[in-house]
Write a protein that binds this ligand. Structure first.
Ligand code: 5GP
Ligand code: MG
Length: 189
């Protein structure tokens, strides 16, 4: 019997919080829920990049309506694993969303600052409705009241990487959600 080789990326993780398999089946369930909710509607999906890139790509391939896709860039001032202050939103949306049903997609709902600011912006641009879909929700960290309509997994208050989430722009490519080993923080990647 050939021995199973370990996945090289996983050596960076202290432990896996959400496996690749668990993500796959949860994304399928979320897509089904969203397909039902927006059946027959002209949906516009707005992904918050870079974090939501991988989640959005997987989710959209399971969505059945001829939807439109655009991206918006938002970043908190980060120093290592701590976000400080208000998010900076770079609005370079190409699509006109006035009068349209919008689904906002992000990787993680943490303090709620980013999603509430982006949602406010989309409402100000005249969106008919704005719902939110996040892969992860750290409820314990909320600073502003915000709930997402579609949530993949509620997770504890730990800094996670993978499946689009980064540590100093690294590790977005890891196929699962994991907690980074301390020694990879210490070096300041
Ligand atoms: P907010 O605090 O505004 O809800 O979340 C802002 C952003 O912080 C998220 O979109 C995400 O990019 C980042 N963030 C929050 N928690 C984590 C985490 O545990 N890991 C990583 N990599 N990013 C996080
Ligand atoms: Mg983000």
């Amino acid at each position: 019997m050939p021995q199973k080789k370990p996945i090289p990326e996983l050596k960076h993780l202290d432990h896996v919080l959400v496996s690749e398999t668990a993500i796959k089946s949860r994304v399928t369930a979320l897509a089904e829920q969203i397909n039902k909710a927006y059946r027959g509607k002209d949906l516009t999906v707005i992904a918050i990049v870079n974090g939501a890139i991988i989640f959005t790509a997987d989710l959209l391939r399971q969505m059945r309506s001829p939807l439109r896709l655009d991206c918006i860039r938002a970043s908190s001032y980060h120093s290592g694993t701590a976000a400080t202050g208000k998010p900076v939103i770079i609005d370079n949306l190409k699509l006109d969303i006035a009068g349209h049903d919008v689904l906002l997609v992000d990787d993680i709902l943490d303090t709620g600052n980013t999603l509430s600011a982006v949602r406010e912006l989309l409402v100000a641009k005249g969106a008919k409705s704005v719902r939110t879909c996040v892969l992860l929700d750290k409820k314990a960290r909320r600073v502003v009241p915000f709930e997402a309509e579609y949530v993949g997994f509620e997770i504890p208050n730990e800094f996670v990487v993978g499946y689009g989430l980064d540590f100093n722009e690294h590790y977005r490519n890891i196929p699962c959600i994991g907690v980074l080993k301390r020694k990879y923080y210490a070096g300041g990647i």
